[in-house]
Design a protein. Structure first.
Length: 332
């Protein structure tokens, strides 16, 4: 999905005052900015080809061996590496982030979709789930994940946990890859620390599985400043904890206010909602909100299985959320 994703502010002359289209709750990190300014000289030397020191730091944090961690240029690079390493038939939870299917199509996978963990094609060799899921915010508890891994122990199961910090539910522990070597878990530093412009993430997997993926990696895919930023943020992780409780309370409030307008929405366990309009299209609503209020939402019509009436919003401040409701009401 090169075009049509959220946070598509670029290329517009209109000032965006409230960005509901991205699922990342952004707050300016002054300490990180100062740290990166002090490290600007790093750009004059090559980083380690495999981000070695950051891999070591992540491995220690996750309680895993160094060979079970790969650092990537955002979770998206990890997705494409996995699709290249394990081609065949991929079953993908739907609707979901389109890059799973895009990556699989590039590497000539046969692709099937499922909406329930009990409805996965028996032909699939790789299973892809996002947990919490984008765009609807549903969440599979750990007992369901363990059942999925046990019942599909001959298949690779890819779990994208990019939004784990935006839910109050307990995410699947990374150390469980020692018990379930068919699991690959994706983690987003971009999402965790609200740094979408830096493009950095990582995957954890059993050493043998990680080695298969690593053989397809391009050296120096992660730049020096992204590595330095990730290391800084991980060292100060407790200072940047996302207030998932506040965001969930605002999502619950948004859901009720939207229902009053006749707009249905998903049973989300995280900071964003998938919504469906009673009339009109998400594209029309999006343009109206931009042009009249400087508000940006995510037109979700290009997610597989969704319609022209679907859009997604993430919780912002109470005032901004109220402004969104009033603006949608005026359009309706």
């Amino acid at each position: 999905m090169i075009e049509g994703h959220g946070d598509d502010i670029y290329g517009r002359d209109i000032e965006i005052k409230s960005n509901f289209s991205t699922n990342i709750f952004c707050k300016r990190n002054i300490g990180l900015e100062a740290h990166l300014q002090s490290k600007i000289g790093l750009i004059y030397n090559y980083p380690a080809p495999d981000a070695k020191q950051l891999r070591e730091k992540i491995a220690k944090k996750e309680g895993l061996g160094y060979d079970s961690v790969l650092v990537t240029s955002g979770v998206v690079e990890a997705i494409y590496l996995i699709a290249k390493a394990f081609n065949g038939h991929s079953a993908i939870l739907s609707p979901t982030f389109s890059e799973y299917e895009d990556a699989c199509r590039i590497y000539n996978h046969e692709v099937s979709h499922f909406h329930d963990l009990n409805d996965i094609s028996s032909e699939a060799s790789t299973i892809w789930i996002c947990n919490p899921n984008n765009p609807d915010g549903r969440f599979f508890p750990n007992e369901e994940i363990e059942r999925l891994l046990t019942e599909n122990n001959k298949r690779i199961v890819v779990m994208d946990q990019a939004y784990e910090d935006y839910t109050e539910d307990e995410s699947f522990p990374t150390e469980m890859i020692t018990k379930y070597p068919n699991a690959i878990i994706l983690k987003s530093i971009t999402k965790k620390f609200a740094l979408p412009g830096l493009r950095i993430g990582y995957l954890v997997a059993a050493a043998k599985v990680a080695d298969v993926i690593r053989k397809n990696m391009m050296p120096w895919s992660v730049n020096s400043l992204a590595i330095e930023a990730a290391a800084y943020c991980l060292d100060k992780e407790s200072e940047f904890k996302i207030d998932s409780s506040f965001l969930r309370s605002e999502i619950d409030r948004l859901k009720l206010r939207l229902a009053d307008l006749g707009i249905s929405s998903s049973q989300s366990r995280t900071n964003f909602l998938l919504c469906s309009l009673p009339k009109g299209s998400a594209r029309e609503l999006k343009e109206y909100l931009i042009n009249n209020y400087g508000i940006l939402i995510r037109d979700a019509s290009n997610f597989s299985g969704l319609t022209a009436r679907h859009f997604r919003v993430a919780a912002l401040t109470p005032e901004e959320n109220d402004n969104l409701i009033n603006a949608i009401k005026s359009w309706l």
